[in-house]
Design a protein around this ligand. Structure first.
Ligand code: NVA
Length: 227
């Protein structure tokens, strides 16, 4: 069924719609044909709701502003990375993505954000050098939801990018926090030890999905035309 058909049916029955889809193009079509707000609950391109919760978590744990924070993501240049890069266009963060060669984020998006002159974005292939001085180190699964058949191949490529105790220590400061959008695969992109460490704030981050999501719905309710 065409996304534009689903859009009009859902919009006729609801005051807002949140959709989790694979194809980002379907999300854009849903939004285009819906006359109620459409919230992007994840696509294969980005995951904006998650990054609102992540930014809230950084501000709660590390201070009252995310400005000036060095956020180092280690792993696949995926949907999470794209939303962090989009955040760097509106917040003065220094975002670093350390990924294997061939798994970089969208270069066009990186260039657009760099041109914004707000935050900075760096893409590198050296996780140990990348995490030096990090305020937050962030991990996500090596194979996203629509890539599970590539999991074995990815496991070999991503092994040097595991966020383990050694990589956390390579930040050079004990105040560095660990974040993960969940679900986590312990023993792959991170370890049980890091997940359970005092540096880990992943469950506060998970709770913050609810608070951030509520804020997004309040925003959408206010911005929506009267019924
Ligand atoms: N990159 C992950 C994020 C899950 C919240 C995925 O798309 O599966």
């Amino acid at each position: 069924e065409a996304a534009k058909d689903v859009a009009r049916v859902l919009a006729s029955m609801n005051e807002m719609v949140m959709a989790r889809l694979y194809a980002h193009s379907d999300m854009l079509e849903l939004a285009r044909y819906s006359d109620v707000p459409v919230i992007n609950g994840l696509t294969d391109y980005n995951h904006p709701c998650q990054i609102v919760a992540d930014a809230l978590t950084v501000e709660e744990v590390l201070g009252d502003t995310i400005d000036g924070k060095r956020i180092v993501y280690v792993g696949d240049g995926n949907n999470i990375v794209h939303s962090w890069i989009e955040l760097a266009a509106i917040a003065k963060i220094d975002f670093v993505c350390a990924c294997p060669e061939g798994f970089e984020p969208d270069a066009g998006l990186v260039a657009r954000v760099q041109a914004s002159g707000v935050g900075t974005v760096t893409v590198t292939h050296d996780p140990v050098a990348a995490v030096k001085g990090a305020d937050a180190i962030y991990a996500d699964v090596w194979a996203s939801m629509q890539q599970k058949e590539e999991a074995a191949m990815r496991e070999a490529v991503f092994a040097p990018f595991q966020v383990n105790e050694e990589l956390m220590a390579a930040s050079g400061k004990p105040s560095t926090i660990f974040l993960h959008c969940l679900p986590a695969e312990r023993g792959r992109e991170t370890t049980d030890g890091v997940m359970e460490s005092a540096q880990s704030h992943v469950f506060r981050q998970a709770e913050n999905r609810m608070h951030a999501q509520n804020a997004i719905m309040v925003y959408c309710a206010g911005a929506a035309p009267p019924p």
